[in-house]
Design a protein around this ligand. Structure first.
Ligand code: HAM
Length: 410
């Protein structure tokens, strides 16, 4: 028996309905903030991703050659594609651009719970606004979106300048290594790397920075960092709204295009794969042949949010099983159309079953049975049976529709 590829999932209707319900809550929040949906291709030129992150990223991607010999990759994330699209299609559009997306990404990772090879991100990119308020807006939107899903989370906000200031003068590749150790809280590897460049004392300031929970403490350790005022402004804007977050100066972010503010969300009930959101300010346009443009964005790992939310039952919507005899079939088609036109989910028997078997099937799959036999076909009325209470009556079609609607939203 053929199976689905490793790291992918199938979603049955119940699960899809629950996923869509959460997705639409997020879409609604994004809409209220003025973020409009964009869509980019599932695959891009490989170069789009290697330009940003180097050839090393190839190991983590689905890379292939098409029949024309072009090197392509399934998108491992969407930010790079959105900025490519911005340069291609919208660089003269009035700024700022507020864009969002909900789309699948592909990473060649070792699958486990919460880590898949195909997964969905709900993301936003704010392009062309370079202010404290812009940074604050994106962080506030991140919180609003997570709140809408109902997930329990911690939002951590930091800034790369603190770490970068302490690491000034160190070769960029070593800087990146140090930041990766800090990101993973791998203090042994950190000490070894710092010993290797003859800067063992730095370990103390770097670990102290990780423990800081206020801006004041962080400035004391890292010194006068560039953009100090902007950071203070952003943080005071967040505080003015009363939103909940924790300062954390150990966030380094895995992707290396971030420039300033960085933030991450963690679900409180997940294990190792508990990061449900990541983002920050970044600059990418110049890499892809465009004019440099300040941007800020994030992506929510939709599948991890769903794992964190756990088992949710899909909303109950009234379902009608339309039951008919041979004589009632033509009338039943007309009744079914009227029910569907009224927005009611209506299912007819397709198996040529007898009346009793149709009713038995409806009692497993529907809330109401509407029966059309010869008598109903002639009178124009319908017999409606509430399958939960077994109550049955013969009424006009309009009354039956009203009865079904009383059970709940469509
Ligand atoms: P990222 O941190 O690589 O950032 O991914 C964002 C989120 O996607 C993660 O926090 C995680 O929840 C989810 N995620 C990542 N890999 C997997 C996986 N294999 N399975 C399930 N979920 C996963 C980005 O992708 C950036 N483009 C975010 C961004 C937007 N930065 C600026 N704008």
């Amino acid at each position: 028996m053929l199976q689905k590829p490793r790291g992918t999932r199938d979603f049955l209707p119940d699960e899809m309905e629950v996923r869509r319900a959460v997705e639409w809550k997020m879409r609604d929040v994004a809409r209220c903030w003025g973020y409009r949906e964009v869509c980019t291709p599932e695959f891009e030129d490989l170069e789009l991703f290697t330009m940003r992150s180097g050839e090393g990223i190839i190991e983590e991607m689905y890379v292939f050659e098409d029949k024309g010999g072009r090197k392509l990759a399934l998108r491992p994330e969407i930010t790079a594609a959105v900025i490519r699209m911005y340069i291609n299609e919208a660089k003269v559009a009035p700024k700022p651009l507020r864009w969002c997306y909900f789309a699948d990404c592909f990473r060649y990772e070792r699958p486990q719970k919460g880590r898949y090879r195909q997964f969905w991100q709900f993301g936003v990119e704010l392009i062309g606004a370079d202010t404290a308020l812009a940074d604050a807006e994106v962080i506030m939107l991140a919180a609003d979106l997570l709140n809408a899903t109902g997930v329990n989370y911690e939002l951590r906000v930091g800034h790369l300048s603190f770490m970068k200031n302490l690491l000034e003068g160190i070769e960029p590749s070593t800087q990146r290594r140090v930041m990766a150790h800090l990101d993973k809280k791998d203090f042994e590897a950190l000490a070894a790397t710092l010993d290797g460049i003859n800067k063992p004392d730095l370990a103390h300031s770097l670990t102290a920075l990780l423990a800081c929970r206020t801006l004041k403490e962080a400035f004391e350790i890292a010194g006068d960092i560039p953009g100090k005022e902007r950071i203070e402004q952003t943080i005071s804007l967040l505080d003015a709204t009363g939103m909940k977050y924790n300062l954390n100066f150990g966030i380094a972010r895995g992707l290396d295009y971030y420039t300033g503010m960085v933030f991450e969300g963690f679900a409180q009930n997940l294990g190792t794969e508990n990061q449900i959101l990541g983002g920050g300010t970044y600059r990418l346009a110049h890499l892809f042949g465009g004019e440099d443009v300040a941007s800020c964005g994030f992506a929510i790992g939709f599948d991890r949010v769903m794992v964190s939310l756990g088992d949710i039952q899909p909303a109950t919507v009234p379902v009608v099983g339309l039951v008919c005899t041979g004589e009632g079939r033509t009338r039943a088609l007309v009744v079914a159309k009227a029910l569907r036109d009224a927005g009611i989910r209506t299912e007819m028997d397709l198996m040529e079953r007898g009346l009793g078997a149709q009713l038995a099937h409806a009692s497993k799959t529907a809330n109401f049975a509407i029966v059309i036999g010869q008598r109903e076909a002639e009178s124009g009325q319908v017999t409606i049976k509430n399958l939960a209470t077994a109550e049955q009556k013969t009424v006009d079609l309009a009354a039956a529709i009203a009865e079904v609607r009383r059970l709940g939203p469509r």
